[in-house]
Structures are given as C-alpha cells and as structure tokens.
Design a protein around this ligand. Sequence first.
Ligand code: SF4
Length: 335
Amino acid sequence: MSADIHLAAEQLGKMGYLDLDVDPSLDLVAAINQLKKEKNAVILAHYYQESEIQDVADYIGDSLGLSQQAASTDADIIVFAGVHFMAETAKMLSPSKKVLLPDLKAGCSLADSCPAPVFRKFKEKYPDHKVVSYINCTAELKTLTDVCCTSTNAKYIIDSFPADQPLIFAPDINLGRWLVKETGRDMVLWNGSCMVHEIFSHEKITKLKIKHPNAAFIAHPECESHILDAADHVGSTSSLLRFTRESKYQEFIVATESGILHQMIKDSPGKTFIPAPPNNACACNDCPHMKRNTMEKLYTCMKYELPEIHLEDWVIEKGRASIDRMLEISARAGL
Ligand code: SF4
C-alpha cells in the first residue's frame, strides 16, 4: 500500500471513508465494473442511493430483497451501497464473506432512535412480550429481537404470532401505528422515527393534490399517520414502485425518500412523478445518510476493500436468528 492509503486507512475511524483523491478523468463506471469482475464482488444497492450508484449495482431493492440477496449470493465480497444497519445485516447473513460499506458514517436516524441498552431496560417491563423489530435497527438491537420485519413482510410477521401473544414493536412508531391499524393487534410501541419520513407537510401535500387532481398520492408507512390517512396507496418501497408500474394513474405524488423516483421513472417513462414536499424550506426529501455514499467512495472502497464491517461472533449468532425467522416466514408467505 502507498503512504496515502496507509494514512487514509488510519483515519477511517475519524472520516468514515477512505479520504483519497480520485482521478477526475477516471471512468468510474468502467473501473467499478472491472473491480467487480476481478474480485468476484457484488454491489447491493438500496433504492434510496443516488441514481449513478443504482445503475452500477448488481441488485437494487428494498430491505427485504437486499437481505434475501445477501443471504444467497455466491460472491466473495458484498459491497453494500446503503446504510450501516443494512451492511451489518448482510454480514450477519453471510459471516464468512467480506462486507464493505463505502462510508461507515452512513447511519440511520431511525436505528439511532433505539439504543440497545435503553431498549433492554424497556423490554424488562414487559417480560411476557415478544419483540418484533423493523430491520432498520442496529445489530445489537437485533440480538434483543425475536423476529425482524421489513415494511413488505411486517403484517405476515405479526400475524405469525398466536393472537394472545403480546408484542412489542420497535423502533418506528409510525410504522407501528399503521400495523396496529392493519392487523388489529394492540402492540406496545417504541417511540422512534425516521427523519426523512416524518417531515412531509400535510398542508403542502393537500395543495399539491388540488393542483394535480388526477394524481395518486402514495406513501411509505414510516410517514406519520395523518399523511398515511390521506394516501391512495401505502406500502413498502417495492410496493410503491409496483403500484406506479401497474396502476392506471399517470401521475403520482410520492411520499418517501426521493431516490426511488429514479427507478419509477425508468420503469414508467411516460408517467409523471412529483416528490411530496417536506415541512421545511428545502425542496428535497433526501436521506442525508443514504446520500453519504458516492461513486468515488464506492470505487475506493472496492479498490482497497475498506471500510469493512466487523461484528462480534455473539452478535452475529444471536442477531441472525431474528433475521432467519423473518426470511423463513417471508418465504412461507411467498414474498
Ligand atoms: S430514510 Fe430514514 S430509515 Fe431510511 S436510512 Fe434514512 S434515516 Fe434511516
């Protein structure tokens, strides 16, 4: 390794990524594709990644699809273009593989809203309850969880417990409230939320709906309940994408992270997509964590195989059980 990479590797803890200059004339798409081949690496990207990253990925999906891919890939290296908890999940599912994340500081406000030591104490107050956690949580929280879920499979996961089994749902209170309504199950909810999905403005959306009377308003269940109540369709990222593809509507107001619009436009080029406006002066609803990943960081991460995700063995063993159960139930449900 050159002196530069040694220094950049030493500073990983502080920076979160390899802070190296990348030749601006380099064809990053070609270079990344070459590294994929040389290293037998696979790039798994979330729908909320910037469009260039989505286009160079081998698989683009939401949390359920990405977990299924991470569990089944025969690549030697998994490069996760997403946020930290997603790369941790991939490591749990494929512990013998090298899992890379372009920027370790690509975190998640929702995962951070439920620190495991505090949740452990909270859980002690409900000794008879089982825990269902949204996959958007830390690896340590997964060790305190009976079954994980995503927004695609959450209803099936909850219904898989006997009706008289009391449940705690963590960490997203908005998704939890929506699930209580959908399943008719009174769960104890942890009070966490996603900074992107709780900023949509009801007032601005109402005005937008008046301006576009033929548009369907679609929303992710991490949004607040007054936003969901106004939606024509509520669903996971994949479900929203499918709805835009299959429904008769030609125009959509979309309340979720704006990265998904890239696939929506690609899938339905003749249709119109309007990002739902947030409740602030900014016109965008980007997740700042997801957008920490860039093509340059993706390239240096693959070239030097850093930063890498490491987890303690007990965390992998205990946390993985909750993800395995989720994948089993999902497979039985045909998801
Ligand atoms: S969009 Fe919300 S839940 Fe998703 S990674 Fe960003 S902060 Fe976390």
